[in-house]
Write a protein that binds this ligand. Structure first.
Ligand SMILES: [Fe+2]
Length: 441
């Protein structure tokens, strides 16, 4: 068997040397943001930036990340000008030990205000690197262990850049696929403009959260809070690394999806991790409930409580399966529609709703059910329609909402489940995709 972490010259993680934790000065609450507290939502929406790594810690992290083996096995460039590193923990013991150390987990949980657990190993230290170079190799060559404070001159257009107005130049409004995220900055930010996060408040206005400085981190309940990340300008490199979490508590509903990662993750290594994490979470829930009943057998007489428990485990298991789109279907649809259409699927859905033929085409497709007539998506659609009839909220990849207004279509259901590739396939079947493509030309 291949020995992992074998030829490394990286440092050994030591919390006393590499960590420099100063608790965040402020936590932003859901109430501050005028947002509702759904089931499984923590009252803390996020933190302002706080110090996490010492100067030695920053250097050791960069050294670990820029090892030949990590760079050669973990890089891809899913978007122009961005180098992404995934699964670095498979090759770097330092990165693995830093994120999974009990002290780091304690700090992240304390800052977030809830006990947190890493979602799965593949979501440790997802790294986005903005650096000069037009190919992966050129970008890699420009990476140095010492953080550079070299600045890039800002053009008048850069200085006038407003991420809230310049829709083309930002990572658009979105919810994360996982409940919590910790973003750690590994580059100098002096002279940088942008790089902050904007959060959409309950009244439709926005709140700005400053981006972290080098060695600092922010935590966001990104699965429940709609946000956008402003592009950073004025610096030669920008390296941020992100780890995703869920609540450790067995009674808190875990709303995780693989929507944001399916188009570029290695599905064959992702799905076994996903399945293990989901089944472990299910086991924790069942053990917890069993213990409650063992302590107090009359609990079972609480029919309503038991029904809620059973129902939420059923939907949890269903979501576990639905998220595992087959690699063949994934590849085919991404090839057919393109990665940007995948990420823009919710906006495409908004757009097609303005077409005069929208209702007729969507309704006809759903009434005839010629699209995958045997699929379980039709059962899911019916179940959601029942919840709407009962005026119960629909929970999904884009937060939780009570449906009101027009008929609920398959397109709504697929986006609720974060199945953007399946949504595009359905949209094409209705004829709306062709109409959308034509509207662009
Ligand atoms: Fe995000």
């Amino acid at each position: 068997m291949e020995e992992v972490h074998s030829i490394s010259n990286e440092e050994v993680f030591d919390p006393a040397v590499h960590l420099q934790y100063i608790p965040p000065q402020k936590q932003i609450t859901m109430q501050d943001l005028l947002l509702p507290l759904g089931e499984g939502t923590s009252p803390i929406a996020g933190t302002v930036p706080f110090s996490l790594l010492s100067a030695k810690g920053i250097r050791a992290y960069r050294k670990a990340m820029f090892q030949q083996e990590v760079l050669s096995k973990c890089s891809s460039s899913p978007f122009p000008g961005t180098l992404v590193l995934r699964d670095a923990v498979k090759y770097s013991k330092f990165i693995q030990d830093f994120w999974t150390h009990s002290e780091t987990l304690r700090i992240v949980s304390e800052a977030a205000g809830v006990p947190l657990e890493i979602v799965m190993p593949t979501e440790i230290g997802h790294t986005n690197i903005q650096v000069e170079g037009s190919t992966i190799d050129e970008m890699k060559q420009n990476l140095k262990i010492e953080p550079t404070s070299e600045k890039v001159e800002l053009s008048p257009a850069d200085l006038a850049y407003d991420p809230l107005k310049d829709a083309s130049a930002i990572i658009p409004w979105h919810y994360d696929s996982y409940p919590y995220v910790c973003v750690l900055m590994l580059s100098e930010t002096d002279g940088m403009i942008g790089g902050e996060t904007y959060i959409k408040k309950g009244d439709g206005t926005t709140q700005k959260v400053e981006g972290p400085q080098i060695g600092h981190a922010v935590i966001l309940q990104g699965g429940e809070v709609q946000h956008l990340a402003a592009r950073a300008k004025g610096v030669k490199e920008r390296i941020s690394t992100i780890t995703s979490y869920r609540s450790k508590s067995p009674t808190v509903y875990d709303s995780s999806f693989m929507t944001n990662i399916r188009p570029y993750a290695d599905l064959k290594s992702l799905y076994p991790e996903w399945t293990q994490y989901r089944l472990r979470k299910l086991k924790d829930e069942i053990v917890y409930h069993l213990q409650q009943i063992e302590k107090e057998p009359t609990h079972v007489q609480d029919q309503k409580g038991l029904a809620t428990f059973v129902q939420s485990q059923i939907s949890y298991l269903q979501q576990t399966l639905r998220q595992m789109i087959t690699p063949e279907f994934e590849e085919k649809t991404i090839h057919r529609f393109g990665r940007s259409a995948y990420y823009e699927a919710p906006m495409i859905w908004e757009k097609v709703q303005t077409f005069p033929a929208f209702e007729a085409l969507a309704a006809s497709a759903d009434d005839k059910r010629c699209w995958f007539p045997d699929s379980e998506y039709w059962m899911d659609l019916q179940a959601s329609i029942e919840l709407i009839r009962l005026k119960k909220p629909l929970k999904g990849a884009m937060g939780s909402k009570t449906w009101a207004g027009r008929r609920y279509y398959m397109g709504d259901e697929l986006l609720r489940q974060g199945l953007n590739e399946v949504f595009l396939d359905w949209l094409e079947h209705t004829g709306l995709w062709t109409m959308y493509s034509e509207s662009l030309s």
